[in-house]
Design a protein around this ligand. Structure first.
Ligand SMILES: [Zn+2]
Length: 452
C-alpha cells in the first residue's frame, strides 16, 4: 500500500477528531465481533480508467451508493478523494496499476485507509484540473458508480484540435481562417469550473475587428464530422463473439476519416478518436464548433433475434418515429448518456436547451437527401434492413444547422454480420460506400456545402 500522508498537511486529517475516531473505533472493535462490521462495508466491484486528451475518467463500481468528498491541492497539483463506507481491498488497490504512463492528467495515484471506514485516493496530477465527481445509479450491466472526471482547467477547443490535426495539411491555412471567423453561437463545449481558452490569435496583418457578416468560404474544404457512437463506459451493443459496437464503429470512422482526408476538397473531424465517452450533446456541440457541413454518426444495430440483419440510415424526426422499432432504436441510442455516465448537475443545461427542438425543416430535408444517397451506396455492399431512410428522435442528430444522419452499419447481433464487422475488408467497404454517398450528395447539391 502506498504512503498517503503526502507532502502537504491538508492531506492529513485534523489530529483531534482522528484520535477520537480511532479511540471510538478501538472500543467498537473490542466490544463487537469484527464480522458484522466487515459485512456492512461496501464492496468495490470494478475499477476502470479512461484516459483521453479531452478528459480522463476514473470509475469505481460498487454494490452500494457511497458518499465521496473531494478537494484539490496546488504545488504540486493533486486531487484528493475521500470515499466513505469502504475498506481497502485488492480491487481498489488495482487502481494504482491502472494509471497508464501516457495519461494526460494523472501521473500516479496513492490509495490508503485514511480513517476507519474512509479510503483516501490521492491523484498526483500532470496539470491543473477542473474535476467533476458524481455518482450514478445502477443501469444496464452496471451497479452503483462513483465517477471522477478530470477535465483540464481550460476547456479544449475542438477547432484547435482540428488545426493541430491539420498541421502539415495544404488546407491548414483555410482551416485557420475558419478558426478566426468561428461563430459565437457555437460555444466551446465545457463543464462547470472550466475556463474558456483565449481567443485564437489573429495574424499581424488582419484587421482588428473581423467583419461579422456571414463568412464566405470559397476555398474551404467540405468539413465532415464523423461521430463514432458510444465509447468508454458505454460499449454499445455487444455481439455473440464479444465484439463491442464502440470498437468497430471507431475503426470504421477512422478508416472513413483517412479516405475523406485524401480527397482534395474534403476533411473529416472525429468527435472521439479513442475509447472514451463523449455525451451526446457534446458530440453535437463539437460538430457545430468546427462548422461541419455534415454530421455522420456511426453505429451497429442489435436485435433480440439473431436473424435480424442489414444496414439502415436514419434522420431526425421531430414528431415521433416512423415505426415502433424505430422508436425503440432511438431510445436505445439515446440511453448512451445514462450508460456512458453524464454529470447531470454540471452538464451545460443551457446548451442542451438551446439545441433541443431547434432543428429546422431544412436541416431534416438535407439530412434525408444525403441519407438517401448513403443508403443507395451501402445497398451495393450489404443487404438493407429497410429500403428507405428511416426517422426517429435521435439526440445526436439535433444540430439545428448541420444535415445529420445516423448509419447503422450492420447488426452486430447477427453472427454473420458480426463476423463481417470485425474484418478490415468489410470496414473499408462500408467506409467507401458512405464516402461515395456523401460525394453523390455534394455533387448534386453543391450550393449546400457552401451555405454559410
Ligand atoms: Zn449505437
Amino acid at each position: 500500500m502506498a504512503d498517503v500522508s503526502g507532502p502537504a498537511t491538508p492531506m492529513n486529517p485534523p489530529p483531534v477528531p482522528l484520535r477520537r475516531k480511532m479511540i471510538a473505533g478501538g472500543c467498537t472493535l473490542m466490544l463487537l465481533p469484527v464480522v458484522p462490521r466487515l459485512a456492512q462495508a461496501a464492496t468495490i466491484v470494478a475499477v476502470r480508467t479512461w484516459p483521453a486528451d479531452e478528459y480522463t475518467r476514473v470509475t469505481l463500481e460498487m454494490d452500494t451508493e457511497l458518499k465521496a468528498e473531494h478537494f484539490t491541492l496546488d504545488s504540486p497539483h493533486r486531487l484528493v478523494v475521500d470515499i466513505e463506507g469502504i475498506q481497502l481491498s485488492a480491487a481498489i488497490n488495482d487502481l494504482v496499476a491502472k494509471i497508464k504512463p501516457n495519461d494526460p492528467y494523472i501521473s500516479t495515484v496513492r490509495v490508503g485507509q485514511n480513517r476507519p471506514n474512509v479510503v483516501r485516493l490521492v491523484f498526483d496530477l500532470k496539470q491543473d484540473i477542473a474535476p467533476q465527481v458524481f455518482t450514478l445509479k445502477p443501469i444496464g450491466e452496471y451497479k452503483y458508480r462513483l465517477v471522477l472526471d478530470l477535465y483540464p482547467k481550460v476547456a479544449q477547443d475542438p477547432l484547435m484540435a482540428l488545426l493541430k490535426d491539420a498541421e502539415n495539411d495544404p488546407l491548414a491555412g483555410v482551416l485557420e481562417s475558419l478558426a478566426q471567423n468561428s461563430p459565437s453561437e457555437a460555444p466551446i463545449p465545457s463543464v462547470e469550473g472550466q475556463k474558456l481558452p483565449p481567443v485564437a490569435r489573429k495574424p499581424d496583418d488582419a484587421p482588428a475587428t473581423p467583419p461579422r457578416t456571414a463568412p464566405s468560404r470559397p476555398n474551404r474544404p467540405i468539413l465532415i464530422a464523423l461521430d463514432p457512437g458510444h465509447g468508454g463506459e458505454d460499449p454499445g451493443a455487444i455481439g455473440k463473439r464479444g465484439t463491442r459496437e464502440k470498437d468497430v464503429v471507431l475503426q470504421i470512422a477512422q478508416r472513413l476519416k483517412k479516405m475523406i482526408d485524401a480527397q482534395p476538397n474534403m476533411r473529416a473531424y472525429l468527435t472521439r478518436d479513442r475509447d472514451y465517452f463523449v455525451p451526446l450533446n457534446v458530440r453535437v456541440q463539437k460538430a457545430r464548433r468546427v462548422q461541419a457541413d455534415l454530421f455522420i454518426s456511426i453505429h451497429a444495430d442489435a436485435w433480440i433475434k439473431p436473424s435480424a440483419r442489414g444496414s439502415s440510415v436514419w434522420a431526425l424526426s421531430q414528431h415521433g418515429a416512423t415505426s415502433s422499432a424505430a422508436r425503440w432504436l432511438a431510445k436505445k441510442e439515446n440511453d448512451a448518456d445514462l450508460i456512458g455516465g453524464v454529470n447531470l448537475s454540471a452538464h451545460n443545461a443551457q446548451v442542451a436547451k438551446v439545441l433541443l427542438d431547434l432543428s429546422t425543416g431544412a436541416q431534416i430535408n438535407d439530412s434525408i437527401r444525403v441519407g438517401t444517397q448513403v443508403l443507395n451506396e451501402i445497398g451495393k455492399i450489404n443487404k438493407l434492413h429497410k429500403n428507405r431512410i428511416e426517422r426517429a428522435g435521435f439526440a445526436v442528430l439535433k444540430a439545428p444547422d448541420i444535415p445529420s444522419i445516423l448509419v447503422e452499419t450492420a447488426f452486430i447481433s447477427n453472427p454473420q454480420e458480426e463476423r463481417l464487422l470485425r474484418t478490415s475488408a468489410h470496414q473499408e467497404r462500408i467506409a467507401n460506400a458512405v464516402l461515395s454517398g456523401v460525394q453523390d450528395y455534394f455533387s448534386a447539391h453543391p450550393a449546400l456545402a457552401r451555405r454559410a
